[in-house]
Design a protein. Structure first.
Length: 140
């Protein structure tokens, strides 16, 4: 993986995670000061918009690094950091699919299920990604 790919991938993961976490805190943990408010925090819609704009860039960057990092490591890697890489790789599809279904679902039950699926798969992806980075740096 080139330095350029590494930089953009780390930045996209960080920005997507930060905007997602901040949005989730605003939506689920804050209470509106006005009982008639539609959102819990005035910046909540902007955090969601930022997350929805940045996340497809992350998906693009994951695809960009697949052919020259993920796939070769799966085929020919020495196995030193393979478990966390496979864990992160396995979570890309559920994280991405649940995000898209969350945006287009109109059924409240499906929307709630996709919100849970997206939150859990995204949190575990970020955790696996961070552990993958830490182990990779300690082995280098």
């Amino acid at each position: 993986m080139s330095r350029l790919q590494r930089f953009w991938l780390h930045l996209a993961v960080a920005l997507t995670a930060i905007t997602g976490i901040v949005f989730a805190v605003m939506k689920y943990l804050m209470k509106p000061s006005d009982e008639f408010a539609v959102v819990n925090h005035p910046l909540q819609p902007h955090m969601l918009a930022a997350h929805v704009v940045i996340a497809p860039i992350l998906v693009f960057l994951l695809g960009w690094t697949f052919s020259n990092h993920m796939l070769p490591r799966l085929r020919f890697g020495d196995g030193t950091n393979k478990r966390t890489g496979i864990a992160a790789l396995a979570l890309i599809a559920p994280m991405t699919l649940s995000a898209y279904l969350l945006q287009i679902s109109t059924n409240d039950t499906l929307r709630a299920a996709m919100a849970w699926a997206h939150g859990i798969s995204s949190a575990v992806f970020v955790l696996a990604y961070l552990i993958h980075l830490i182990i990779g740096r300690s082995k280098a």
